[in-house]
Design a protein around this ligand. Structure first.
Ligand code: FES
Length: 143
């Protein structure tokens, strides 16, 4: 096999690999980490945190000094958001976001973007918080 043919074959094989798809999803999904502000029991971020040029980010990871774990907020539409505590219910490791999924680096549990457990060993869903929008701000109720 000539070098050029080999590179074409390997290149297309790599593009078809599921692993690469997962990696690309993580890169292309364009999440962002922001610092929220706290007002009583609400964690607040601007809706504009989801804006990415002329489109919207799928998710924003919100951090605050009073939070032991960050909160991942997924945007499904202009009015629909889900806020998930990034704490693995198995043994409390901090989760990592890969596009539309959260994964636990400790033992591999996986959750979807609604916090539903998809792969164990975790056997419970992620903690979720209500999200409301007011005056271009998102209020994540941590009660
Ligand atoms: S702590 Fe997350 S799977 Fe064990």
């Amino acid at each position: 096999m000539k070098r050029e043919e080999f590179l074409k074959t390997c290149g297309f094989a790599c593009l078809g690999s599921p692993l690469l798809g997962v990696l690309l999803e993580g890169c292309v999904s364009s999440g962002k980490t922001v610092g929220g502000t706290m007002e009583q029991s609400d964690l607040i971020i601007p809706v504009a945190a989801f804006q990415n040029k002329e489109s919207f980010r799928k998710y924003v990871v919100v951090q605050h000094e009073k939070l032991k774990y960050p909160v991942c907020v997924y945007r499904f539409s202009e009015t629909e958001y889900t806020a998930l505590l990034m704490r693995c219910p198995h043994q409390g490791a901090e989760l990592q976001v890969f596009g539309s999924r959260l994964q636990c680096p400790a033992h591999g549990s996986e959750f979807d973007n609604k916090g539903v457990v998809e792969n164990g060993p975790a056997d419970t869903n992620l903690r979720t918080f209500p999200v409301t929008e007011h005056n271009h701000q998102l209020y994540i109720s941590l009660k």
